[in-house]
Design a protein around this ligand. Structure first.
Ligand code: CS2
Ligand code: MN
Length: 357
C-alpha cells in the first residue's frame, strides 16, 4: 500500500510539499493541473513541470485526481467525440511520463455536495456535513453561492462559480438523460479510453458518487455494489477500475464497505479513506478518521484491503478543520496527517499480526 496525500498545487493549496514530506510514511502526492479547462488536452510540458516539482521535493507523483470528464461526454452530446479524443491525448501523455493512475468521476454537473462546509462540533473543530432536508429546500444556484462563500477563498472542484452562468444550459443538455442513458454514455467513453489505458499502462479509477444518490434531479450511477459491478463488467479490463472512497459509498448504510472491497478485489486501484458519523438516512457529518469518532469500522476496512492483497495507492480523505487551521474545506494539513498516521498504524498492525500467525 502506498500512502499518499492530495495536493492542489503550489498556488492553490495552503499545504506545501515540504510539509507533506514530513508526514511519516507518505510516499507521494495525488495532484492535477487544476487550471486546464475541463475537456482540453493537458500540455506535455505542464505534466512534466508538475512531476518534476513533486519529485524535487522528494516525493512521487502517484496519480492524478482528477482528469475531469466533460459534461458533453457524460450527457452524450453531439460533440462528445472531440472531448473523448482530448481525454485520450491526456491519458497517453500521462502514461508516457510514467503516471499510471487516473481518478475521475461521472457525476453530472457537480462533484461532491454538502449542506454545510463548517459545522461546529463539541470540541470546537469544524467538519463538512450533509442534511437532505436542507438540500431539498435549496436550488443549485443558491448552492453555488453558499459553497463558494464558505470555501475560505478556494475553488471547489465541480463548483466553479463561472459554471453558474451556464447552469441552465448545462441542465438542458441532460434533458432525457436518465440512469440508463448515463450508463450507456459512460460505457461509450470507457470503450474508447480503456484500450489506450491498456497500451499505456494507466489505471482508470472512477470515483463513486458523493452522496450516494441522485441530487437536484440529475441521475447518478456509481454508488452501490450492483451499479459498480455492472460498470466493471461492461468494459471488462483490469484497467477499468474504481476509486474506493469510503466516505462516499458510506453515505448510504446499504453499502457494506468491507464486503464490497472483497468483491471488487483487484479492480480497486485507489482508496480514499475517511470516516462519517451517520445520523440517519440522508443526514451525516464527516468525522476524524478514528473508528470510534464515526460510524465506520476502520480496522475492518483496512483488514479487507489487506486480505485482498491491495497494493495500490491510498490517501486520507477529507479531514476536520482543527487547531485553527484555515484551508480548503476538508483539505487542511493537520487532520489529514493524523488520518494518514492512524491508517499507517492499522496497516502496520495488520502486517505484523499476519507475519506472526
Ligand atoms: C474528492 C472528489 O474531495 C473529494 O471528495 O474525493 O472531489 C474527487 O476528487 C472527485 O470526485 C474525483 O473526480
Ligand atoms: Mn473521495
Amino acid at each position: 500500500m502506498d500512502m499518499s496525500f492530495r495536493w492542489f498545487g503550489k498556488d492553490e493549496d495552503s499545504v506545501t510539499l515540504e510539509q507533506i514530506r514530513q508526514i511519516p510514511g507518505i510516499k507521494g502526492v495525488i495532484s492535477a493541473l487544476y487550471d486546464i479547462p475541463v475537456g482540453e488536452a493537458w500540455p506535455v510540458y505542464r505534466i512534466h513541470q508538475l512531476k518534476t516539482e513533486v519529485e524535487e521535493s522528494g516525493l512521487a507523483l502517484l496519480g492524478i485526481e482528477s482528469v475531469n470528464v466533460h459534461d458533453s461526454i457524460k450527457a452524450g452530446a453531439s460533440d462528445r467525440d472531440r472531448y473523448i479524443g482530448n481525454y485520450i491525448t491526456t491519458v497517453k501523455r500521462l502514461g508516457d511520463q510514467g503516471v499510471s493512475l487516473i481518478c475521475y468521476n461521472f457525476m453530472p454537473v457537480f462533484d461532491w455536495l454538502r449542506s454545510d462546509l463548517a459545522q461546529e462540533r463539541q470540541d470546537g473543530s469544524t467538519v463538512m456535513a450533509y442534511r437532505q432536508d436542507i438540500i431539498d429546500g435549496i436550488n443549485p444556484e443558491m448552492m453555488f453561492s453558499q459553497m463558494n462563500a464558505d470555501a475560505n477563498g478556494y475553488l471547489l472542484p465541480g463548483w466553479e462559480p463561472d459554471k453558474m452562468e451556464g447552469l441552465k444550459a448545462l441542465f438542458d443538455t441532460y434533458r432525457g438523460v436518465d440512469e440508463q442513458r448515463l450508463f450507456e454514455n459512460l460505457v461509450y467513453f470507457l470503450k474508447a479510453v480503456i484500450p489506450v489505458c491498456e497500451e499505456y499502462g494507466v489505471n482508470m479509477a472512477i470515483h463513486p458518487d458523493d452522496p450516494a444518490w441522485p441530487i437536484f434531479g440529475l441521475p447518478r450511477i456509481i454508488h452501490n455494489r450492483e451499479n459498480i459491478m455492472r460498470m466493471l463488467k461492461a468494459v471488462d479490463s483490469k484497467y477499468n477500475g474504481l476509486t474506493f472512497c469510503t466516505g462516499s459509498l458510506g453515505t448510504s448504510s446499504d453499502n457494506d464497505l468491507s464486503g464490497m472491497i472483497k468483491e471488487l478485489g483487484d479492480r480497486i486501484h485507489f482508496v480514499h479513506i475517511r470516516n462519517l458519523k451517520i445520523h440517519g438516512k440522508g443526514h451525516f457529518e464527516e468525522s476524524a478518521h478514528l473508528s470510534s469518532d464515526g460510524s465506520f469500522d476502520m480496522y475492518a476496512i483496512l483488514k479487507s484491503l489487506y486480505d485482498i492483497g491491495f497494493n495500490g495507492v491510498v490517501r486520507p480523505d477529507h479531514g476536520r478543520a482543527i487547531w485553527g487551521e484555515i484551508s480548503r474545506p476538508g483539505y487542511g494539513l493537520y487532520d489529514r496527517a493524523l488520518g494518514a498516521m492512524y491508517l499507517n498504524g492499522l496497516w502496520e498492525a495488520l502486517e505484523k499480526s499476519h507475519l506472526r500467525n
